[in-house]
Each structure stands twice: as C-alpha cells, then as structure tokens.
Ligand binder design. Structure first.
Ligand SMILES: *Cc1c(COP(=O)(O)O)cnc(C)c1O
Length: 439
C-alpha cells in the first residue's frame, strides 16, 4: 500500500510513515494510491462472515500485505471487539448503532485501530512513542481508551481544568497505566498551544519521540469503512437500493463510506446530514465551497466550518473537465442541513413514532434521510447513529422530558478515583514534566 498527499500526488509515503506522521509535510492529507475491490465471492457471502472477518478482509485488501496476516488479525481482534448492530425503525429506515465502544461514540473504532497500528509500526524502537493530545472533552476519551495499554506507547492528555464535564474528566483520568492526564490551569486553546510548542521544540525532539493522534490520520479512516459492510450484512435480502445517511462534521465517516463503496459495497447513494454548519450541503447545491467559522449547535460534534476531509472527497470524485468534480460528487451525495429546533423535534418524533431514543447527531441524520426519501421512496436507508444519547444527557432529558438510561460502562466511571497531574498554563512546565517522565 502506498499513499499520496492530496497536495502532491507525486510524493508517495509508506503506510508506516503515514500512520506515524499523521500529516504530510505539505499539509495535505494522505490518501491510498489504489483502492482495490474486495473479492466478489466475499461480498456475495457477507452474511456468513463475522464483523471481525469483515474487518480483516477489508483491511488486508486495502493494506496489500504491508502487515503480515497474523499481525493484522491481532490488530483487528483487539480493536474491533464490540458490535455494530442495525436496528430497524421501519421498512425504509434502519439505524446503525456505532456507540457500543468504551467512549460511546463511533470514534472508538478509529482510535483503537490507529493505536494498534502505531504500536505495530513502533515495534523494535528502543524508545517509547509519546502521543501528546489536547482535548476539549470528547475526542480525548476515545483517544485515551483507544491507546490504553498499547505496547510501546505513552499517552499524555492535556485538558482544561474545570471546563470538561465530570464524566468526560473521568474518562481521561481514571485509566492509569500508559495514560496520563494533565489538568491544565487554562483553556482548551492554552492546552492546544502547549501541545503545538512541544511539537515545534527541537530540544525536546532530541529526547522524546512525539506523535499526535490526529483525527485525519489515515489509520482512523480505514476501520470506519468496516462497519458499512457490517451494516449491509444485517439488512434483509429484499433487493432494494441501499442508501447510507451520515451525520457529518469533518466528513471522515462519510469519506470512509465512499472507500467502502469503491471497494465494492453496493451503496446507491450517500446522504450527508449537517446542522447549520452546512458548507458541504451548500457546495453540493451551488458548486461553491465557502468555509467559514463554525457556529455552536446542539449536535456539537458536527460544529465544523471547514471540514478536514473535504480534500479527500474532492480527490475521490476528481473529474477532468470544468465542473466535473462537482457533477460527480453531486450525483453520488445529497446534502441537507437542519436547525436545532428541527433537530429537537426529530428526537421527539423518533421517540413517539418508533420508541427509539436517538441522540441529536443521529436525529440530524434521521431528518436528512427522511427528506431524501420524500423524492426517492423506493430506497431503504441506514442512518449512522454516531453516539449514545446518554453522552448528551442534559439536552436529551430536556428534549424528551424523561430520564435517559446511562450504560453501565459510563455509569461506573462516576465512582472511580480521578488521577491527574496539575499543570500550570506554561510550556516550560510541560517540557520539564515530559523530560522528567523519561526517568
Ligand atoms: C465526530 C462526530 C461526528 C462527525 O463525524 P465526522 O467524521 O467528523 O463527519 C458526528 N457525530 C458524533 C457524535 C461525533 O462524535
């Protein structure tokens, strides 16, 4: 497997380089040079394969032998170790639940797989690899648990003191082992600045091998393709056209669906649902891409004003003539945007109509699928439910007016003892701590 940068197709990187570096030097994004199709026999017999079988076949087809079979099997079995069930709402609408992992969001798939790929590529290095991340709350939890006990890797997470929720804090501070939480006396931006300074510090680089758990790392995208196949497998054999509807922010999830489609999954159309941060739906209808600062909404994991994976989408649909990229994308993807008021009403509607508790992100997906099916009634659609509703407890209880069930794995965190290192808002203090941690 070779990867190119979306800013320079001529400069190729190995998977090891792409995974450990995260981003090419030219600030483009890594993309596979070749997206091979799965063996047709495999696709025809999807129902006979377990989720882990599917994950192994999809990754080995894409990786083309970069990692020997036994090693890849182990990576898959340790990272794809919770289910992705499909729940039927009605004959036309299904929900793919992606929240059965440790941090209750789909990002667990990407974080766990990336952690194990990094460990794999770090084997044989004398020195530990340090993963340094700043978090405003949510992604930190997926990264912390994803890298938990990954051999040869230490995770250092900076979070702003008093600015994350109690359960988010517990997700970061109760793991121990190779995960250390630094509670910074500052804001999220201060945490991010400190991390940036560490990456730019040549003296630190002499002593410590640093890497980031960047959300656009190609290792996070690959495992997100697995569950599109897993979802398709669970649908009835009714011969109808299948569409996937993806609540989107940075468009990583949707891009992974496009990968699955190119590898042979029979998806007839994609639907992107967004909140009022609607630059991609606007592009799909007008052909004009105008990124702008994000606006805070109820579905806040999708508050993105300049989606980082858009460059990958442009590449996947690249055409030769003027306007042809837009034409290609426009034919393959429909986009719809919704306000918070509409989203709240959709949470209530899904509960009243189907008895299903859907989170605000999934509710945006529900609205987008419903809108699409008004003029495409012969399709059946799968909505990606990207997080468990209890992650947004206060909003959900406010919308539905009743208590929301909190899964055991989240509830037990409340009782665990927090362990964090207090850190002033000061880069030299972080540097000293990092250097001291080597001994
Ligand atoms: C990250 C996230 C999204 C957006 O996913 P992208 O891949 O960035 O489009 C949607 N919902 C939830 C709950 C998320 O955490």
């Amino acid at each position: 497997m070779k990867l190119y940068s979306t800013k320079n197709k001529g400069k190729l990187a190995s998977l090891k380089e792409a995974v450990l570096k995260g981003l090419p030097e030219d600030n483009g994004l890594y993309m596979p040079v070749e997206i091979p199709r799965l063996p047709s026999g495999f696709l025809a017999n999807l129902k006979q394969h377990s989720f882990q079988d599917i994950a192994f076949t999809v990754s080995s087809t894409l990786l083309q032998g970069v990692i020997p079979e036994a090693g890849l099997q182990q990576i898959v079995s340790e990272s794809i170790n919770f289910p992705a069930p499909v729940v039927r709402l009605d004959d036309d609408k299904y929900v793919l639940e992606l929240f059965h992992g440790p941090s209750l969001a789909f990002k667990d798939f990407g974080a766990r797989f990336m952690a194990r790929l990094m460990s794999y590529f770090n084997q044989g290095e004398a020195q530990e690899l340090y993963i340094l991340v700043a978090t405003s709350g949510d992604t930190g939890g997926a990264v912390a648990s994803g890298f938990y006990q990954a051999p040869g890797i230490r995770v250092v997470i900076l979070y702003p003191s008093g600015k994350v929720s109690m359960l988010q804090e517990k997700q970061l501070t109760t793991l121990g082992h190779n995960v250390t939480a630094l509670e910074v006396d500052g804001t999220f931006d201060d945490c991010q600045d400190m991390v940036k300074q560490a990456f730019l510090d040549p003296e630190l680089a002499r002593y410590i091998r640093l890497s980031s758990a960047n959300s656009i790392n190609i290792a996070r995208l690959i495992p997100q393709a697995f569950y599109y196949f897993e979802a398709y497998k669970q649908l009835p054999d009714d011969g109808r056209e299948t569409v996937f509807c993806v609540p989107s922010g940075n468009f990583g999830n949707l891009t992974a669906g496009l990968l699955a489609q190119q590898m042979g999954l029979p998806v007839s159309h994609f639907i992107a649902g967004t909140n009022i941060n609607d630059v991609v739906p606007a592009y799909l209808s007008s052909g004009l891409y105008s990124p702008r600062p994000s606006i805070r909404t109820l579905s806040n994991a999708m508050d993105v004003g300049n989606p980082s994976n858009f460059a990958r989408m442009l590449d996947l649909f690249a055409g030769s003539g003027e306007g042809s990229t837009w034409n290609n994308m426009h034919e393959a993807i429909s986009g719809f945007a919704f306000t918070d008021t509409q989203t709240r009403a959709a949470v209530v509607e899904v509960y009243d109509k189907y008895g299903y508790v859907i989170d605000p992100h999934g509710a945006v997906g529900y609205l987008a699928l419903k809108t699409y099916q008004q003029s495409n009634s012969n399709t059946r659609g799968v909505i990606l439910e990207t997080a468990h509703p209890s992650k947004f407890l206060d909003d959900m209880e406010d919308i539905l007016g009743c208590a929301i069930e909190i899964p055991q794995r989240l509830a037990v965190l409340a009782e665990r003892e927090k362990e964090a290192v207090l850190m002033p808002n000061d880069y030299p203090a972080l540097k000293r701590w990092l250097l001291d941690s080597l001994h």
